[in-house]
Design a protein around this ligand. Sequence first.
Ligand code: CAA
Ligand code: NAP
Length: 241
Amino acid sequence: MPRVALVTGGTRGIGAAICIALKAAGYTVAANYGGNDETAQKFKAETGINVYKWDVSSFEACAAGVKQVEADLGPIDVLVNNAGITRDSQLHRMKPEQWSAVINTNLGSLFNMCRQVIEGMRERKFGRIVNISSINGQKGQFGQVNYSAAKAGEIGFTKALAQEGARVGVTVNAICPGYIATDMVKAMSQEVLQKSVLPQIPIGRLGEPEEVARCVVFLASDDAGLITGSTLTANGGQYFA
Ligand code: CAA
Ligand code: NAP
């Protein structure tokens, strides 16, 4: 039986590339998304991958969503926590909603999602959890107090859950991509991108979503059974953690 993989935020950007790569590697894949129905339906038509809409910042929505995926496809063997947002602003102008939206979506979602699948993974003595953190959780970023805090929190979550899962075959790892060519980076100030970010990337270019996806496929594989609690840095040399 093929293993079942669930990718949050799986219909666009890095998540879409992860879904496509996992499917090519032989997994049965489910892609969650938050609200962009048109893109999700287009992704489903193009890839044949089932799509599921729910808000990863809601524990109840995650419980219902995971239940539906498992009813359709079977128990989840691989969970990729990829869904994420930015609400950039310097702290002295940041509104409480910008703080809580980013913390709840990017970090709260790890509890909301992992809690749904961890008992089954422990019982079956196999599981792979991959959390998509960020270079900006490792180094901090001007204008991203909320995002950097959430992404750093994802790394702590990863290291703690890895200790709990190690004896029962559940590995938990984080990937910290640098700046990747997706809608998220298109949405930031292109002046800041050109003047402040790109000159700091030694390989001289943004990363591609597929480059992150290949890291996920490896961490999800049997070959990666020795690797747990780790942070895989994929940023073109911009920062050495
Ligand atoms: N370090 C120090 N000073 C900085 C700085 C930095 N990194 N960036 C900007 N400044 C300075 C500016 O030079 C400017 O100085 P002057 O007033 O002397 O000209 C001052 O701070 C104000 O800068 P802005 O005009 O940019 O400030 P703003 O309040 O209008 O905008 C902002 C704030 C929206 C956060 C903007 O700075 C910005 O977009 N920054 C980039 C944030 C970023 O990298 N986001 C990543 C999004 S993609 C992502 O998050 C994916 C991922 O994981 C990598
Ligand atoms: P993206 O292109 O903006 O896509 C985000 C995906 O997340 C979409 O599928 C979106 O669904 C989904 N999503 C957002 N909020 C959600 C919610 N509340 N519930 C469920 N799904 C939700 O982003 P990306 O650039 O691919 O980033 C993916 C992940 O990588 C994020 O965690 C991001 O922080 C991280 N990352 C990105 C970069 C980068 O440079 N791009 C670098 C490092 C880390 P809809 O389509 O329905 O909106």
